[in-house]
Design a protein around this ligand. Structure first.
Ligand code: NZQ
Ligand code: ZN
Length: 403
């Protein structure tokens, strides 16, 4: 196992009606210490940031506002975050936050609303262009962020990451820093019951992807994190179909919601090298075609895994046996490895996920552009690195496998 530092201070309020605690949680965490030791001011003025309207329709926005009002906390709001959140609204949010003297950013929604909130929180206290953080500058300071989660998927509710699409070129990049880890996150599984089945399935796929990205490691002797990841994968395989069949299944939703957080706050990824090639390859798809991130991953993962399997056949055979229940072929472990990838593909199809680039709106003639932005964009060195290093030719081959 590799050396690591792990800092995960998010406070979670989990369960039915948990959103009614939001006002009290803002009050509690607005004045709490930041990772750099500084303290945020006590008197809160909150920017409530949300998406295209699901939180209005469900009544969540009104309930959260009532909770803030109950604590005497002032608030302004900015809706309109699109899935695959855009840089333009982040600039607008930064300006609003400065003008209104906001000192806490509260995200209502999924990964998109949360990531846009994190970008605003970092940008509001930074003199330069917030995009600097998405071009590689570490985030060291930010307004405190809290979240009320409405979809189990991205894991942003417990992660130090934010992913934004730059509208100037339509490419997606991530930024990271402990300062943007949410101070608190409210997780009420019942809030996810209004999700359309397709969006639920996209979330399940993203959670599985976060687990695979960590499972595909070059670090040896990582039994504890291997086993944690396997347990979370098995949970998703068990609960995913139950919730697709019955969207009102609160208990299945609850297990998925907590698994989604644990898959991505990195408790199961510490001390080991990680992959993230599938995510990098997918991010170009959701940036260009505006497809759901999870749907893009459903197409990307089997293509990537089949392509890189030879790098460590036994790792793919291990997940095939332990998670997908495949029989171990000791004479031909590559057969077992391949059976595991096929089982993943079947599972994703069974919950309604796409299998081809065409289903995402992609076209073969776009592949050179996708590869160029992926491998050379933002000063990248003509390749991407994770479980294996993939050059432009590899990435083009992988995109072609998705056709
Ligand atoms: O915008 P509204 O109206 O709220 O509708 C959303 C949106 O259309 C809808 N939705 C969410 N909760 C709902 C609901 N509809 C009905 N009932 C509910 N309870 O679902 C749609 C998708 O929402 P979004 O926030 O985009 O989903 P998700 O959580 O999958 O986030 C995806 C984004 O997260 C990034 C992705 O790249 C993508 O941009 N990621 C962020 C990560 C991080 N910060 O750590 C890691 C991930 O790997 C990922 O890259
Ligand atoms: Zn993801």
């Amino acid at each position: 196992m590799n050396n690591f530092n792990f800092y995960s201070p998010t406070y979670f309020a989990f369960g039915r009606d948990a959103e009614n605690q939001t006002g009290a949680l803002v009050k509690r965490f607005c004045g709490s210490s930041a990772p750099d030791g500084s303290s945020a001011p006590d008197a809160a003025k909150v920017l409530i940031h949300y998406g295209g309207g699901s939180v209005v329709r469900s009544g969540l926005l009104d309930r959260v506002k009532a909770s803030l009002d109950g604590e005497g906390i002032a608030h302004v709001e900015l809706g309109g975050v699109k899935p695959n959140p855009r840089s333009g609204l982040v600039y607008e949010g930064i300006e609003l936050a400065r003008r209104e003297g906001v000192n806490f950013v509260l995200a209502l929604g999924g990964g998109s609303a949360i990531d846009s909130s994190k970008a605003i929180a970092a940008g509001a206290v930074y003199d330069g262009d917030f995009w600097d953080f998405y071009a590689g500058k570490p985030i060291e300071e930010a307004l405190p962020v809290g979240t009320v989660l409405t979809i189990a998927a991205a894991g942003s509710e417990g992660s130090p990451d934010s992913v934004i699409t730059n509208e100037n070129g339509m490419f997606k990049r991530g930024a990271s820093g402990d300062a943007i880890r949410p101070r608190f996150s409210v997780l009420n599984p019942a809030l996810t019951q209004t999700l359309p089945p397709y969006q639920t399935a996209c979330g399940i796929t993203d959670i599985l992807a976060h687990l695979y990205e960590r499972y595909l490691t070059n670090t040896r002797e990582v039994e504890v994190t291997d086993r944690l990841i396997e347990a979370l994968m098995l949970t998703m395989i068990h609960e995913g179909p139950r919730v697709i069949e019955n969207p009102d299944n609160y208990e299945a939703r609850a297990n998925i919601m907590w698994a989604g957080m644990m898959a991505h706050n990195n408790a199961c990824g510490v001390g080991r090298s990680q992959d993230w090639n599938s995510h990098n390859i997918e991010h170009e798809l959701s940036a260009l075609y505006d497809c759901a991130h999870g749907a893009g991953l459903a197409v990307t993962m089997p293509a990537v895994f089949g392509y890189v399997m030879e790098h460590d056949v036994m790792r793919f055979a291990q997940v095939a046996v332990r998670v997908w229940g495949c029989a171990m072929d000791f004479a031909h472990p590559e057969v077992t490895a391949r059976a595991g990838i096929a089982a993943l593909r079947r599972f994703l199809k069974s919950i309604g996920m796409p299998e081809t680039l065409g289903e995402l709106g992609g076209k073969e003639e776009d592949i050179p552009r996708l590869v160029d932005v992926l491998c050379n964009g933002d000063g990248r060195p003509g390749s991407i690195t994770g479980f294996v290093t993939l050059n432009e030719e590899d990435c083009a081959n992988i995109y072609r496998r998705m056709l």
